[in-house]
Design a protein around this ligand. Structure first.
Ligand code: IMP
Ligand code: MG
Length: 181
């Protein structure tokens, strides 16, 4: 089991498994709406997934523009109550097909907020790609169009996802299981 920062990390999704799934998702995305396609990566957690998925999309024949938006949740403790924009995109989305990329779909509040925002700004279609879907934690009505993996309700790290800014560099998705001996 990998040890990082003195912690045992159990691997849930290996780099190879993630790469293979990214290629499949890119093949699905080609068959979806992509008129004047704008990809928007939701920072910070999706930066590695987005970097890999857009290259898989290139291999699948797509040539999107790519933007970034930074969103943060506010609320008490771990329960998010609302979402706000920390850093917005620069592009005009009017009449365009938009693909939102995020790491995890959990309560759905983050992606609901982002999708509504872009539709209000006049996007033609807004579709959603997430690496992980924690379906049992959903609190608002929202489904992703492209899902890497249905994920059990563990707190996961790696492949861009963090605990207090740590573990983002791991090439796999894993769970911290405890202190290493
Ligand atoms: P929600 O769908 O608005 O509840 O929030 C999903 C966001 O919460 C994701 O974009 C992640 O940034 C964060 N998140 C949820 N679960 C985890 C986890 O297990 N590890 C790291 N970040 C998580
Ligand atoms: Mg996030």
């Amino acid at each position: 089991m990998p040890v990082v920062r003195g912690k045992n990390i159990e691997v849930l999704y290996s780099p190879e498994v993630i790469a293979a799934r990214n290629r499949e998702m890119a093949d699905e995305i080609v068959r979806g709406p992509h008129k004047d396609l704008l990809v928007i990566s939701i920072l910070k957690g999706s930066f590695i997934f987005a970097a890999d998925l857009i290259r898989a999309m290139h291999a699948a024949g797509l040539a999107p523009e790519v933007e970034f938006i930074t969103l943060s949740s506010y609320g008490t403790g771990t329960e998010s109550k609302g979402v706000r924009i920390t850093k917005d995109i620069d592009s005009d989305v009017h009449g365009r097909d938009v693909l939102l990329i995020d790491d995890i779909l959990e309560s759905g509040r983050t992606l609901r907020f982002a999708k509504d925002l872009l539709l209000e700004r006049g996007a033609r279609n807004v579709t959603i790609a997430v690496l992980l879907d924690k379906r049992e934690k959903r609190r608002v009505d929202l489904e992703a169009d492209y899902v890497g993996f249905e994920c059990p309700d563990h707190f996961v790290v790696g492949y861009g996802m963090d605990v207090a800014y740590a573990f983002r560099e791991l090439p796999f998705v894993g769970v911290v299981t405890g202190d290493a001996q």
